[in-house]
Ligand binder design. Structure first.
Ligand code: NAI
Ligand code: AKG
Length: 389
């Protein structure tokens, strides 16, 4: 039996996906965390914890290096909420172009009789523009950005994309009418709308600051549906005062941007749809099960991604440093315990590596000694023995 601890609201359909081999929120010694936005950066992790799955995209709330050193695999559920974010960005583009928020406030601020009388006179205050023919710059063309780019094309917009790290898979998803450029400056300089869809990390904090805003067209509408800090909010407030930015929409509130008519703050609801929460929870539950029962690391963000068919009686998985002679040291220990290797796979990602060893026989009396011996190799972070279900 494996134990799963959940944080935040995880859709019931995801919890229902777990088989009888998994218990939810029953102990203080969980094998898995299934989370959304909970901040784990300063959290202590129990020794029992082997996997953290973020139902969603961003993993900036998880201390990846510390998790790796504790032998904890961290995953996300890529794409599970991308359509939800896309639809919100499209909705807000239309809202800003057609002054919908101001129009709604106007109607609510008057009595019904008043509104009927004044409507025809006052409506010119809310004249808008259309999206067709306008230009949008999409910074980051992954799951969300590619969907925003394609949707904008379908609305008749011109789309410029910037993503220097675009994966080949992601590139296939992008309509070939999206014009790709090699700098933020080229992307934003003639755009009416600029939207940012990148992960938050040391390279993307302040990605859109005073310099980038200066390069934008006067009157641009800016979106940050990625994370707080990727757009510099202080710079955005100044750019609004200077009439560089006409409207700024973001999913992440901060005191500096509170209560300003040209700023729309949504309370981190980009991924908050029934469909997205269901997708993320189901994908997350399957990820927990695949890792705990098979050692599968597809979509793992801190370990190399490996998917090896599990056909033997046992599988040993080892998370370790990516240094010479690790496979040699591991094989030596297995030989010492008389274990014959049926299949072995090893891959590395930067400084960490993952080794999967499939074996047919394991003397149960030796199992804990073997784990202790493998764990005593100083470069090893975590050893697991998985019995084929
Ligand atoms: N507001 C919300 O509720 C949500 C927010 N997000 C945020 O949006 C981010 C993106 O989500 P996805 O598209 O699903 O992730 P993704 O991983 O599919 O795509 C991110 C893209 O950003 C690109 N990128 C990385 N650094 C870049 C840089 N310096 N300049 C330009 N491109 C860069 C990558 O190459 C990748 O193609 C997430 O990391 C998360 O922080 C995602 C979903 C919901
Ligand atoms: O769980 C949520 O609603 C947040 C979604 C999000 O920010 C993400 O997937 O990165």
């Amino acid at each position: 039996m494996y134990e799963v601890k959940t944080f935040n609201a995880i859709a019931q359909s995801g919890l229902d996906t777990f088989t009888d081999n998994f218990e939810i929120n029953q102990t203080d010694e969980p094998d898995a965390y299934l989370i959304r936005s909970v901040n784990l950066l300063a959290a202590d992790f129990p020794e029992s914890l082997k996997i953290i799955v973020r139902a969603g995209a961003g993993v900036n709330n998880v201390p990846l290096d510390r998790a790796t050193e504790k032998g904890i695999a961290v995953f996300n559920t890529p794409g599970s909420n991308a359509n939800a974010v896309k639809e919100l960005v499209v909705a807000l583009m239309i809202d800003t172009a057609r002054n919908l928020f101001a129009a709604h406030d106007y109607s609510n601020a008057h009595t019904e009789a008043d509104v009927s009388q004044r409507t025809e006179k006052d409506k010119t205050k809310f004249n808008g523009t259309e999206l067709a023919g306008k230009k949008i710059a999409v910074i980051g063309l992954g799951n969300v950005g590619s969907m925003v780019a394609n949707a904008a094309l379908n609305l008749g917009m011109k789309v410029i994309g910037y993503d220097p790290y675009l994966s080949a898979n992601a590139a296939w998803r992008i309509n070939n009418k999206v014009k790709r450029v090699d700098s933020i400056k080229k992307a934003v300089k003639t755009a009416d709308f600029v939207t940012v869809h990148v992960p938050k990390n040391e390279n993307t904090i302040g990605l859109i600051g005073t310099k980038e805003m200066t390069e934008m067209k006067d009157g641009v509408v800016l979106f940050n549906y990625s994370r707080v800090g990727i757009v510099d909010n202080h710079a955005a407030v100044k750019a609004i005062r200077n009439e560089k930015i006409s409207h700024y929409c973001t999913d992440f509130g901060e005191p500096v941007i509170a209560n300003q008519p040209q700023i729309t703050i949504t309370p981190h609801i980009g991924g908050s749809t029934l469909e997205a929460e269901t997708n993320g929870a189901i994908q997350g539950a399957n990820t927990v099960m695949d890792y705990l029962e098979n050692g599968d690391t597809t979509h793992c963000v801190n370990l190399p991604n490996m998917q090896v068919s599990f056909e033997t009686a046992y599988r040993i998985t080892v998370i370790h440093q990516n240094v010479p002679n690790m496979v040699g040291q591991i094989s030596t220990q297995l030989a010492h315990y008389g274990i014959n290797i049926e299949n072995m796979a090893n891959a590395a990602k930067k400084s960490v590596a993952y080794t999967i060893i499939d074996i047919d026989g394991l003397n149960q009396n030796n199992e804990s000694d073997l784990i202790t011996a493998l764990n005593s190799i100083v470069e090893v972070y975590r050893v697991r023995v998985i019995k084929h279900q």
